[in-house]
Design a protein around this ligand. Structure first.
Ligand code: 7RM
Length: 638
């Protein structure tokens, strides 16, 4: 690596950030070619970038050939084969943690890759991964990538019907799961849920099952195989499948404003280059540091910033199986002390929950190893920011508030730790390569500073999603139609007098609850599945720990005789159809909903009622029957 490319690849001063940013805008192809020069390519690219947001079509490093796992594993072996790659911390603090070196991870990935091949997996096959946060999850993801299979990780908190929908949407050929998963005091019976799902999944040929809890499970002959049997006798080297730059690496589902989850498709080369670049720079990762992202690999944060970004950078990445509240609210800090974590990355909802616990849970532990703190998933309120800064960072750790999405693959707007001056609750400045534009309702770009609008991105970046699996038209409609020639994030943002961005939240019908995206339409249709329910409207309302919570207004065919029982049944229905994370916090039974003459529910009014902010409901004159509003207000749950 020559000095010029070293400068481009690693930002070490505020001035270098400015230079990198400027170059990334003035000559994006040169900039990204410089960054990409640091990776292991089987063949160089013919062209750095081709793009057309009208189609939309985006290709990065076209013509190049690579395998991302060679970049995450093989290329580190000479230099750091014996260095820890993954520290795995179990749910139960009494159980031993596990460290896995790069050599060992390479061997385990190769061995499982051979098992996949032995079971008939070939390049392009879709494989669903429905697993707890155990080392085998990392191995499974990387092995899919090594053999060129497309992984579709489904968060292990989703229900059997959500799992089935995702398996069917991508016609997955295999599911990799476990007998069960530990979550705090609870055991989730993953294999049982998988079996239920597979009753309606014709495409599945094989199921691989990791033994984690040891609880007895049903194993279907000719279909189900234990992980330990599958890898038995398999060689621990495996030539990687050589992939094209734009070959699909994975599918990951995210909720949208209409019912069906969207299978976001990420490609190989651009995703690799961008997650690596943003990981190293935003966190200012230094060789040998211990980095811990508390997300689950079932979400994009886990894909990009537990696995691919850190591993491609040769980092030490912590994988935590448990929850922040088990065995008590001090668990995160106990783990930070135990593994001397240097960089800690979590969600505002976790920070707010821990903030509510007694400060003694924090003070019991030595957090002096911490150097950088991060947050992601939703806007962080100023109070939580200050609590994090003061009590966890002891006033000495920069906080990187990373704004990004499943669709963007990597950080869009984020401070560079210790280099960008931070402001509480601001994601601050765009990463190099990211060109944000704020738009007004009429589709005009809002220039200048101290302004607010809808956040779009006007130029491609390497890790952007390429399509929605099986539905390119929906991809175009959702992200490239609201503002011509621009990618629309669905978020609102302010740009202050210094050009700093503050994300104000979703402007569509997506509610972010505890950092998880939930589509209102998806929850509504789940509630509507209950046979007593006629119609439902769901809105979000502010919640001091979860950020937002879910309020459901439900019309029944007949006024319920026992509201509490029906509420419980509805919660179960939602839990069965989507998963426990989507359960409404409040359910109000109503006789009617505020609809316009054209039949549209005026959610604006329901949002105000749900937030107990009814002093000014705005214009209700277009309502078909304004009296329903008074009725709903009278029965509102505070
Ligand atoms: C990484 C992730 C995406 C949505 C996004 C925003 C919100 C995420 C921040 C944030 C304010 C942040 N992917 N969001 N990070 N809002 N500040 N730092 O969360 O696909 O699950 O969610 O999350 O609304 O559009 S995601």
């Amino acid at each position: 690596m020559n000095q010029a490319s070293a400068l481009m690849n690693t930002i070490t001063t505020p001035n270098e950030y400015k230079q990198a940013y400027q170059q990334s805008v003035e000559d994006p192809e040169k900039f990204w070619a410089g960054v990409a020069s640091d990776f292991l390519w089987r063949k160089n690219w013919d062209q750095v970038l081709q793009w057309d947001f009208a189609k939309p079509e985006v290709k990065w490093f076209d013509g190049a050939k690579l395998n991302i796992t060679e970049n995450c594993l093989d290329r580190h072996l000479l230099e750091r084969g014996d260095q820890t790659a993954i520290i795995w911390e179990p749910n139960d603090p009494q159980e031993d943690h596990i460290t896995i070196t790069y050599n060992e991870l390479h061997q385990r990935v190769c061995q499982f890759s051979n098992a996949l091949k032995d079971m008939g997996v070939v390049k392009g096959d879709r494989i669903c991964i429905y697993m707890p946060m155990i080392p085998e999850l990392a191995v499974a993801v990387l092995a899919c990538a090594r053999v060129g299979a497309i992984h579709s990780v489904v968060f292990a908190g989703f229900s059997s019907s959500s799992l089935a929908d995702r398996i069917n949407d991508a016609s997955c050929k295999m599911v990799i799961t476990a007998d069960g998963s530990y979550r705090g005091e609870k055991i989730v019976e993953l294999k049982k849920i998988t079996d239920d799902a597979l009753q309606s999944c014709a495409s599945i040929e094989k199921v691989i099952v990791v033994k984690r809890t040891g609880k007895e499970v049903n194993m279907q002959e000719n279909r189900d195989v234990w992980w330990h049997d599958a890898i038995d006798d398999m060689a621990d080297t495996c030539e990687p499948e050589v992939m094209d730059a734009e070959d699909m690496l994975f599918i990951l589902y995210t909720s949208g404003s209409t019912g069906k989850p969207k299978g976001m498709v990420h490609s190989s080369a651009g995703y690799m280059v961008y997650t690596n670049y943003t990981f190293r720079n935003a966190f200012q990762y230094q060789d040998g540091e211990v980095y811990w992202c508390t997300a689950d690999v079932g979400w994009i944060t886990g894909h990009s910033y537990i696995l691919y970004g850190p591993l491609s950078a040769g980092a030490v990445t912590v994988m935590f199986e448990g929850v922040p509240s088990y065995p008590d609210m001090g668990r995160f800090w106990q783990v930070v002390e135990k593994h001397k974590v240097n960089i800690f990355y979590t969600a505002p909802t976790a920070i707010r929950a821990l903030e509510k616990a007694d400060l003694s849970f924090v003070e019991k532990y030595d957090l002096s190893s911490l150097r950088v703190l991060g947050t992601v998933g939703e806007p962080i309120n100023e109070e939580a920011w200050h609590w994090y800064d003061k009590n966890i960072g002891k006033g000495g750790c920069p906080i990187v508030d990373t704004y990004w999405q499943t669709e963007t693959g990597g950080f869009m707007i984020s401070p560079i730790a210790g280099i960008t001056e931070t402001k509480p609750a601001f994601a601050t400045l765009p990463m190099p390569g990211v060109q944000p534009a704020l738009m007004d309702k009429d589709g005009n770009e809002i220039g200048g500073n101290a302004v607010e609008g809808r956040l779009t991105i006007k130029f491609p970046w390497p890790s952007m999603a390429r399509t929605i699996y099986g539905d390119h038209e929906r991809f175009k409609q959702t992200y490239f139609s609201a503002f011509e020639g621009k990618y629309f994030t669905g978020d609102g943002a302010k740009r202050d007098e210094d050009g700093y961005y503050r994300i104000t939240g979703r402007v569509d019908d997506v509610i972010i609850v505890s950092g998880h995206n939930l589509g209102t339409a998806e929850i509504e249709s789940a509630i509507d599945e209950h046979d007593k329910v006629c119609e439902t409207a769901v809105v979000g309302f502010p919640h001091d720990v979860k950020g937002n919570a879910v309020y459901a207004f439900v019309i029944c065919y007949q006024a319920p005789s026992d509201e509490d029982t029906l509420r419980k049944e509805i919660l179960e229905t939602v839990s069965d159809i989507i998963g426990p994370i989507a359960k409404p916090d409040k359910i109000q039974f109503v006789g009617g909903l505020p609809k316009t003459r054209s039949g549209k529910i005026m959610r604006r009014i329901l949002r105000k009622i749900a937030s107990s902010d009814t002093s000014n409901l705005g214009d209700t004159s277009t309502l078909l029957d304004p009296s329903v509003v008074d009725e709903i207000m009278a029965g509102a749950i505070n």
